[in-house]
Design a protein around this ligand. Structure first.
Ligand SMILES: C[S@@+](CC[C@H](N)C(=O)[O-])C[C@H]1O[C@@H](n2cnc3c(N)ncnc32)[C@H](O)[C@@H]1O
Length: 292
């Protein structure tokens, strides 16, 4: 039997710091066997799990990770049965089909085989394995757009794992593609995934908040921008995205709850976009917009 400690963090940086701290050996002997930090797709909150051979002393744990804990939260302990953890975690992430794309982990490489629309992404420190409705919505939109348009320049803004940029490189083999994220760890993960999927040299990677980077402005205005962020940042980015997408160009937005779609659409209408398509699976809206 193992003991799992779960702690809540206010953001990804604090979650990673806690996971690293819990994995370090300490004088109290409470070194974790394994740790992971992850974003809960349902709530957007960050969690840290650490596994121990026996229950650690919570006071000692608190002393180690206290500065990074979510305010007023307390780590919880739970006994978990011995299992084949690798098999369980891999089974929990089966391949996902979205349009013609099939996104799979390394454990399914042999079963899926090499095909134009198969993309290998392992769950890691960046969002984007295609198991979330927002990523699936963007992949399906890219697939549909690939049948009717040929963008020469594409920006994946908030690229996470880099999946949407890789998908764009498969959909439009001649396009110039940039993938950017505010989080430098995500950009490192995306770079590894780009290489793993044979797209090195096809996709330029940039760490930047929004469009604040000269290398993002180089290719401006883009024929297509895909941004799966959240409603709040997307509303803030509307004026910048209006300049970043060429007239007649396309914008795919996701990370928007069903009830937030109206406000996002209103903001983008004022910024010069009209709605082409709206799909809302599992109450997550994916919007395809056209720059007037
Ligand atoms: C929901 S994830 C999407 C990842 C991937 N594109 C997908 O569709 O699965 C959102 C990503 O946007 C990044 N992000 C959030 N705000 C941003 C901003 N203002 N500028 C750039 N990236 C941002 C986050 O770090 C995160 O990696």
């Amino acid at each position: 039997m193992l003991t799992r400690l779960r702690a809540v963090a206010p953001d990804s940086t604090a979650a990673r710091a806690m996971a690293e701290r819990l994995a370090e050996p300490d004088v109290d002997g409470s070194e974790a066997l394994a740790t992971s930090s992850f974003e809960d797709p349902a709530t957007g909150g960050w969690h840290v799990d650490a596994y121990y051979p026996s229950a650690p002393d919570l006071t000692a744990v608190f002393a180690r990770i206290g500065p990074w804990l979510e305010a007023e939260s307390t780590p919880s302990l739970e006994i978990v049965p011995d299992e084949n953890w690798v098999a369980i975690s891999q089974a929990a992430l089966p391949p996902v089909a979205a349009g013609r794309f099939l996104v799979h982990g390394g454990h399914d490489r042999d079963t899926v085989g090499r095909r134009r629309f198969a993309i290998e992404i392992d769950a890691g420190e960046a969002f984007g394995t295609a198991h979330h409705a927002t990523t699936q919505g963007c992949l399906a939109a890219i697939d549909r757009l690939a049948r009717i348009s040929s963008p020469r320049t594409v920006l994946d803004l908030g690229c996470g794992s880099g999946l949407l940029a890789i998908a764009s490189s498969r959909a439009w083999p001649d396009a110039r593609i940039v993938a950017s994220d505010i989080d430098s760890v995500a950009v490192e993960v995306a770079a590894a995934n780009v290489a793993l999927n044979g797209a090195r040299g096809r996709i330029r990677l940039v760490t930047a908040k929004g469009l604040d980077h000269p290398r993002l402005r180089d290719l401006q205005p883009y024929d297509l921008v895909v941004a799966n962020i959240l409603a709040g940042p997307l509303i803030g980015l509307a004026p910048r995205l209006s300049r970043a997408v060429r007239p007649g160009g396309l914008l795919v937005l996701s990370g928007i709850l069903g009830e937030q779609a109206r406000e996002v659409l209103g903001t983008y209408a004022l910024a010069g976009f009209r709605l082409v398509e709206k799909r809302v699976p599992h109450n997550w809206a994916t919007l395809v917009l056209n720059r007037i």
